[in-house]
Design a protein around this ligand. Structure first.
Ligand code: PLP
Length: 375
């Protein structure tokens, strides 16, 4: 079907844009020999995993379910990190993952024998205590009191036996200058143990496919670790894989006035684009301007009862009317993986737009998807 015929609300992933990102990531792999895995947390549209697997090394997961999804749907190198693993899931995790990354020495002591016996790679997440982001405390794994990674104060060189690599993840939507700073902190604190490792994992948060991202600097960071310590380097971006590669299509249901013109949409910031409220950020909207920039300004709101279920104020060339379709951009990442049926909101369908512009609905949801999770 055509884009204009899709039901709303609907997430649409654009295959050509996804592949454009994958080619950029593949370029980094080819020029440096590093390995890049998809962090499924940001984007788990497994319909696209065969395509992603043509370019990238594999998948990484935040726990058993994502690990299973990567194993079943991509079937390439499979990594996992969790702040702590459960006794009743560790065997399955070990059986389907190649790299199992632990957050503490106590978890390593607890599960080491099982990992070694299975011949899998065991990694340790370190915390270099180097905050490079300002403002976003909830996205900063180096914030004071963070539960992520072992700090140098609690590092136990006597317990490194069997650990083949170190992992850090400290960035969020950042450029390679911040990676460089972080690597300096990693070397300063953990440098003495790097040569005895096989690999290092730079985590995610690298906005590699963003227009202004400094790729040569990233590549020099990778080469520095390869040449100085003989390490294999892994990156596990989520956002960068599907950045700007998808849309959320919605329909205007009604107009309302209360000091400002308001349009009610058949979507919800709270349910369908929660990062708009949590991050927070203003999603791009095709054909719109900032408030006041074009003649008709509207506050765009969702269908839920939450007073703050507002996407933002946008302006248009023509007045909005019921039945108009609006297309939000950059809606592939942290959208369908985080949505909810709060307030009984229907979940958006998931569609794929192929390289010829032809659209296909790959998943649709209904009342049962709401009811099934309650009792
Ligand atoms: C969130 C996360 C990622 C991916 O981060 P992006 O910002 O989506 O690139 C990678 N690794 C770990 C451990 C994470 O928690």
């Amino acid at each position: 079907m055509k884009f204009t015929e899709l039901p709303t609300p609907c997430y649409v992933v654009d295959e050509a844009l996804l592949e454009k990102n994958l080619r950029i990531l593949r370029g980094v792999m080819d020029r440096t020999g590093c390995k890049i895995v998809l962090a499924q947390k940001a984007f788990s549209m497994y319909k696209m995993y065969p395509l992603i697997g043509e370019y990238l090394t594999g998948t990484t997961a935040s726990g058993l379910y994502e690990a299973r999804l990567g194993y079943e749907e991509m079937g390439k190198e499979n990594h996992v990190f969790a702040p702590a693993y459960r006794d009743d899931e560790i065997d399955e995790i070990i059986s389907i993952c190649d790299h199992i990354i632990f957050n503490s020495f106590s978890q390593i002591e607890r599960f080491k024998d099982k990992v070694m016996k299975a011949g899998k790679k065991m990694g340790l997440r370190i915390n270099p205590e180097c905050s490079t982001q300002i403002g976003h405390a909830i996205y900063n794994p180096c914030s004071p009191g963070s539960r992520f990674g072992v700090t140098i104060e609690h590092f136990r060189p006597d317990l490194l036996e069997g650990i083949s690599g170190l992992h850090f993840h400290t960035l969020c939507q950042q450029n390679s200058d911040d990676l460089e700073k972080t690597l300096n902190a990693v070397e300063e604190k953990f440098g003495p143990w790097l040569s005895q490792m096989e690999w290092i994992n730079f985590g995610g948060g690298h906005h590699i496919t963003r227009e202004d991202y400094d790729i040569p600097r990233l590549e020099s960071c990778i080469k520095r670790m390869q040449e100085k310590y003989g390490l294999s380097v892994y990156l596990e971006p989520g956002e960068a894989v599907a950045l700007n590669a998808g849309y959320l299509v919605t329909t205007v249901l009604d107009n309302h006035i209360n000091g400002i013109d308001i349009a009610i949409l058949d979507t919800s910031a709270s349910c369908h684009m929660p990062d708009v409220l949590e991050m927070p950020y203003r999603p791009p909207l095709f054909g719109s301007g900032e408030a006041g920039e074009k003649p008709y300004t509207y506050r765009l709101g969702g269908q839920t009862c939450l007073a703050g279920d507002v996407i933002g104020d946008y302006s248009f060339d023509e007045p909005l009317k019921p039945g108009d379709r609006l297309v939000f951009g950059d809606m592939a990442i942290y959208s369908m993986v985080k949505n909810t049926t709060f307030n009984g909101m229907p979940l958006p369908a998931i569609a794929l737009q192929d390289k010829d512009g032809e659209c296909q609905i790959v998943q649709q949801f209904g009342y049962q998807d709401f009811k099934m999770r309650l009792s």
